[in-house]
Design a protein around this ligand. Structure first.
Ligand SMILES: C[S@@+](CC[C@H](N)C(=O)[O-])C[C@H]1O[C@@H](n2cnc3c(N)ncnc32)[C@H](O)[C@@H]1O
Length: 405
């Protein structure tokens, strides 16, 4: 994950680059739990740092926009379903808020939410409900627990004519058809009690801890769940994730507006100018996306393309326009296509395209063959090794082919 911002001068840029790497480290690369041997001594510290750096909260509008894309494609996608938000403290999570406020509209059977005890903001109620003052604050220092919330029914119970979080709060407190109980453990999504709740659910929706993304996705597949979750685009080429994309078991969701994702954060430190906005409390990331196995309309829209000759003659990209031919890689039989909109419509061979192609990927139009990152992705050991042009390694690429009918 690379947070974005602007710099007034070079030294500010270089000063901030370290911060970028710090952020990138946890949301991009540092997703393995591979602390072994001598690293164990640093484990607690690392975990504490990791926990802090996992605290980014999704905005209500982003969740609403994403879920509406699935509803547009299939209005009954959530009907009679049990939705589970398993990394969500209802006091801070807009996933909980969205699904509880839209419970009847979506036709949900049940909403299950579990919170995570080690979260630095557990039970503290951030300002994430915007200016919604309806939810009463608890008096004194709240006892920190991981909690389980089970919502079976929602309606306006205080008679003010609208259903809102106050109604939910009252229903939970009086335990009417809904349940608010402490978990025995810390609410880790990998714990037995959370897995038991996962087993009861149909669709998982959340923004999980970025540092545990691989494990998180594995668990969803182990239990054969439908899901809509947020993650770093870096995950696309992880060796655990890429085969799922290639085999059409996981794909990108509808997406954040203009590819920019803004999250609330309680950690106001360390962000470069233009990344954290003190007025809104939001931090901006460019390489975050939705991952899902629910269908939506955008992935069935064909990408409009020009032929190879048209691209070479008229492309808006100087890297293509005026060339005699597309470049071919040194180490295997494929052409380099540096921009998704420059994919030639009439080329039948293998093409290397930027990872951002996935945002436009239509499985009826293209077949994904491999990527130039990671290992063990291609049984023939061709892809996954790096791709070179004139001796120079190119950026991350996916290898694709047109599907011919
Ligand atoms: C990126 S934040 C997103 C929070 C919330 N889902 C949202 O979208 O606003 C990830 C959340 O996962 C929680 N978390 C971290 N490790 C966890 C674990 N092992 N099991 C469950 N939750 C965890 C963190 O406390 C944090 O609140």
């Amino acid at each position: 994950m690379v947070a974005t911002g602007s710099y007034r001068n070079k030294s500010a840029f270089y000063g901030n680059i370290q911060k970028y790497f710090y952020i990138f480290d946890w949301w991009g690369k540092n997703n393995d739990n591979d602390l072994t041997g001598s690293n164990m001594a640093n484990n607690n510290l690392t975990n504490a740092k990791r926990a802090k750096n996992d605290e980014f909260y999704t905005q209500y509008g982003d969740i609403q926009k994403e879920i509406e894309a699935y509803l547009e494609y299939d209005p009954s996608v959530f009907r009679s379903k049990v939705v589970y938000c398993n990394c969500d403290d209802p006091f801070e999570s807009n996933f909980f808020r969205y699904f509880v406020l839209n419970f009847n509209k979506l036709g949900l059977k049940q909403l299950i939410t579990t919170s995570y005890k080690p979260s630095p903001v557990a039970n503290t109620q951030l300002e994430l409900f915007g200016d919604d003052k309806t939810l009463p604050r608890s008096k004194g220092r709240p006892k920190i627990n991981a909690n389980r919330f089970i919502i079976n029914e929602v309606h306006d119970i205080d008679g003010d004519g609208e259903f809102n979080l106050k109604d939910i709060s009252q229903q939970l407190r009086t335990n009417k058809h809904n349940e608010w109980t402490p978990l025995e453990g810390d609410g880790d999504f990998r714990s037995v009690e959370c897995i038991n709740l996962l087993k009861q659910s149909d669709i998982v929706a959340t923004n999980p801890p970025f540092s545990l993304f691989r494990e998180y996705v594995k668990e969803l597949f182990d239990y054969n769940k439908k899901f809509v979750i947020i993650g770093s685009m870096s995950a696309i080429t992880y060796k655990e994730i890429f085969p799922l994309i290639k085999n059409d078991k996981l794909w990108l969701g509808n997406g954040f507006h203009a590819g920019n994702a803004y999250f609330f954060t309680p950690n106001t430190r360390d962000f470069a100018s233009g990344v954290y906005d003190a007025n809104t409390g939001l931090v901006k990331f460019r390489n975050v996306c939705w991952f899902t196995n629910l269908d939506h309309g955008r992935r069935h829209q064909p990408l409009p393309l020009m032929t190879m000759q048209e691209n070479l003659k008229y492309s808006k990209h100087k890297e293509i326009k005026g060339k005699k031919a597309y470049d071919k890689y040194d180490n295997y039989e494929a052409i380099e296509v540096p921009f998704t909109d420059s994919i030639p419509s009439d080329y039948s061979g293998v093409m290397g395209v930027p990872v951002s192609f996935l945002d436009k990927y239509n499985p009826d139009q293209f077949e994904i063959l491999g990527s130039n990152r990671g290992v063990d992705q291609d049984p023939n050991k061709i892809y996954g090794k790096g791709s070179y042009l004139n001796g120079k390694e190119v950026f991350k690429r996916l290898f694709i082919k047109h599907k011919r009918k």
